[in-house]
Design a protein around this ligand. Structure first.
Ligand code: NFE
Ligand code: MG
Length: 458
């Protein structure tokens, strides 16, 4: 329940500061924020990166996806399914529904530890190109500021090989093993049924982001049908959010003015909507969209193999376990794609297009973070940021009710769920965490008024 106010911090600053400040939204996803911010500025400045700048950003983003997905499965979600060692920080925990047999549990705990080292390698893979991670140093409007050398390629490739081995032989198999054990979670936590993605990995330099070619193409899936995307139809409602700024505005038109005392409000998250409807974003949304569009084919094939291995239908993916499966499948497809991206970098070719900050301009950056669709909107006046709005993935998924009282995807996924033990609401924790909300490590369910611990300070 902490208010942060980044959108206000940005007002009055030099536009270039946005690339660094928006990365501080989060230590897990600075990469997409830095990139979306660059894209918003490029849109305002009227420039596009040269091929090297575009490709190097894709590499950084791919490495960040691998780090983020491995983090989510092992370090944020897995302990909802098997007991860790009986020492802090693994206790206290909910007691009850752990079904993993002891021998398998030991190997999962080993993988939990191994995953820390794997995440380090993924961070390094990004930092080879970004200077450091988290919070990258080499992003610039128009591209990147690193001069690629041969050793950037070689040191990337061996790290990628280690990551790929882990994903192929540990991560993906572990996810499928848990899906077999917790098959009932292929029916629990379905969500709102609308899926949206802004797309990922630029393949050309088309200035219009909606016409730009992307490896994961942007779009929506509504009742099983692929629909196009029009960024003008995005709004944010604040009727149930702690803001007194006007509701139901397009991000380029809205403001952020906190009011903690607002009646009926219950969240600092705003409620992003597309055409007045809630949409799930993230790996499941991207996988459903890609599968319906029948490309990339590597992803479609992997989905088919996985469905037949588990003996389940495509609709079963719209569930708690389906989100874990989609995340792991996406992770593998991205890792497999990264070798080609790294080999595409051309030594001795430009990495950045020069820019000039205009007195007055507006820009939009649309991208996909690991957790889903991400948009940044900037207005520049007198050469400074006059307005900055970010609509981040977790606000789509974890949004409170909108102006019409319609619940967001996570709320919809929980409503109607049978909870076996209200003192250990595994079902709800598992539903919430399957979305990988940015607040994942802070999601604990409490019963107001119930005393859980007496502490005496001496
Ligand atoms: Ni803090 Fe993020 C991702 C972004 S979250 S992790 O992925 O953008 O809403
Ligand atoms: Mg915002």
């Amino acid at each position: 329940t902490l208010y942060r106010g980044f959108e206000q911090i940005l007002v009055g600053r030099d536009p270039l500061d946005a690339i660094q400040i928006t990365q501080r939204f989060c230590g897990v996803c600075p990469t997409p924020h830095g990139i979306a911010s660059c894209q918003a500025l490029e849109n305002a400045f009227g420039i596009m990166p040269p091929p090297n700048g575009r490709i190097i950003r894709n590499i950084m983003q791919g490495a960040n996806y691998i780090q983020s997905h491995v983090l989510h499965f092992y370090h944020l979600a897995a302990l909802d399914y098997f007991r860790g060692p009986d020492v802090p920080p693994f206790v206290p925990r909910y007691e009850g529904d752990y079904r993993v047999p002891p021998s398998l549990r030991d190997s999962l705990i080993q993988h939990y530890v191994q995953a820390y080292h794997v995440r380090l390698k993924a961070h390094e893979l990004c930092a080879i190109w970004s200077g450091k991670m988290p919070h990258m140093a080499s992003l610039a409007p128009g591209g990147v500021s690193i001069t690629p050398r041969l050793d950037n390629l070689t040191t990337s490739l061996w790290r990628l090989k280690e990551l790929t081995e882990f994903i192929d032989t540990v991560y993906l198999p572990d996810v499928l093993t848990l899906a077999e054990i917790y098959r009932d979670y292929l029916q629990i936590g379905r969500g709102c049924g609308n899926y949206l993605s802004f797309g990922l990995f630029d393949l050309d330099a088309e200035p219009d982001v909606m016409r730009r070619k992307r490896f994961f193409a942007p779009g929506r899936v509504v009742r099983g049908t692929v629909e196009p995307l029009d960024s003008a139809k995005i709004t944010e409602d604040v009727r149930y959010s702690w803001y007194d700024s006007p509701s139901h505005r397009h991000p380029s038109q809205e403001t952020t003015s906190p009011d903690r005392s607002k009646k009926d409000a219950y969240s600092w998250l705003k409620s992003p909507r597309y055409g007045n409807e809630p949409y799930e974003v993230g790996p499941l949304a991207r996988v459903i969209l890609a599968y319906r569009r029948k490309e990339p084919t590597a992803l479609v094939d992997l989905v088919d193999t996985t469905l037949s291995r588990l003996g389940i239908g495509f609709d079963d993916l719209c569930s708690v376990m389906g989100r874990h499966i989609a995340r792991a499948i996406e992770c593998k497809v991205i890792a497999d794609q990264l070798t080609g991206m790294i080999m595409e970098v051309k030594l001795d070719e430009p990495v950045c297009t020069p820019h000039k900050i205009p007195e007055s301009a507006d820009g939009m950056g649309l991208w996909c973070a690991a957790r889903g669709a991400l948009g940044h909107w900037v207005s520049i006046r007198n050469g400074k940021i006059a307005k900055y709005q970010a609509v981040v993935p977790t606000t789509w998924n974890a949004s409170p009710k909108d102006d019409k009282g319609v619940r967001g995807p996570i709320e919809q996924a929980m409503v109607g769920t049978t909870v076996a033990d209200s003192d250990a609401p595994f079902e709800l924790a598992r539903i919430v965490r399957s979305f990988d909300p940015c607040i994942a490590c802070a999601v604990h369910l409490i019963r107001p008024g119930k005393s859980i611990l007496d502490m005496r300070v001496v």
